[in-house]
Design a binder for this molecule. Structure first.
Ligand code: PEP
Length: 248
């Protein structure tokens, strides 16, 4: 089965209503590859605003995070039912900025992923190594450990998209070479085959994230195991459309 090309835009903690309106209008007016699945993740405060302004029904909206409890005394968190109340079907989980700046462990990320999936929210689950880990030659082992923590919690991978995002490439302008990215993507797929099953390995989309832009996306998109991108900085710019269309 051919895997549908997928492009996510992670706006992180960027944008006011005015900025987000301009980004959304750019997407509303663009010709987007009809074969690509597109999901944008604005700050939680603006999920509804972005959803209301999106006129392109091909573009879905995602949260950047969601909690693993139904409701209650969890100041600052948002719940799955609140996302559903707004018609939001996706969330990002385990972004390295949350893992590193906010101390989210592999187990916590896995538990939130399970909770979201069990309650009908699809997940863009992020993994990826630091510069030190890469220099120590431990990239694959590190990513496999992250995958193992997730696989302990979930059995149904149908609504999971994996985003491989080497931390040293995020927001740095240092994109992984297509060979570096392909090597890790192939390793993730082979880990899924060995430790989950062949169908999950074959069907799961594996995105690359880390300084993707209009210039480097076409080459990366040609790699066998790169099924799309998770884009940070460039998703705030008009060039996001070229990235969405990079497989055309
Ligand atoms: C990201 O944060 O998911 C990301 C890939 O950022 P950037 O594209 O800016 O490197």
């Amino acid at each position: 089965m051919a895997r549908q090309f997928f492009v996510g835009g992670n706006f992180k903690m960027n944008g006011t209503q005015k900025d987000l309106k301009a980004i959304v209008e750019n997407l509303n007016n663009a010709q987007l590859d009809s074969n690509a699945e597109v999901v944008i993740a604005p700050p939680a405060l603006y999920l509804d605003f972005v959803k209301q302004n999106l006129k392109n029904s091909k573009v879905e909206v995602a949260a950047q995070n969601v909690f693993n409890k139904p409701n209650g005394a969890f100041t600052g968190e948002i719940s799955v039912s609140q996302l559903q109340d707004l018609g939001i079907k996706w969330t990002i989980l385990g972004h390295s900025e949350r893992r590193n700046e906010l101390g989210e462990s592999d187990e916590f990320v896995a538990s939130k992923t399970k909770y979201a999936l069990d309650n009908g929210i699809s997940v863009i689950w992020c993994c990826g190594e630091s510069k030190d880990t890469r220099q120590a030659g431990e990239t694959i082992k590190f990513v496999e450990n992250q995958l193992a923590a997730l696989a302990k919690e979930i059995s149904d991978w149908k609504n999971v998209v994996v985003a491989y995002e080497p931390i040293w490439a995020i927001g740095t302008g240092l994109v992984a070479t297509k060979e570096q990215a392909q090597e890790v993507h192939a390793a993730i797929r082979s880990w899924l085959k060995k430790n989950v099953n062949e169908k999950v390995a074959e069907e799961t989309r594996i995105l690359y994230g880390g300084s993707v832009n209009a210039k480097n996306c076409k080459d990366l998109a040609k790699e066998e195991d790169i099924d799309g991108f998770l884009v940070g900085g460039a998703s705030l710019k008009p060039e996001f459309v070229e990235i969405i269309n990079s497989k055309q």
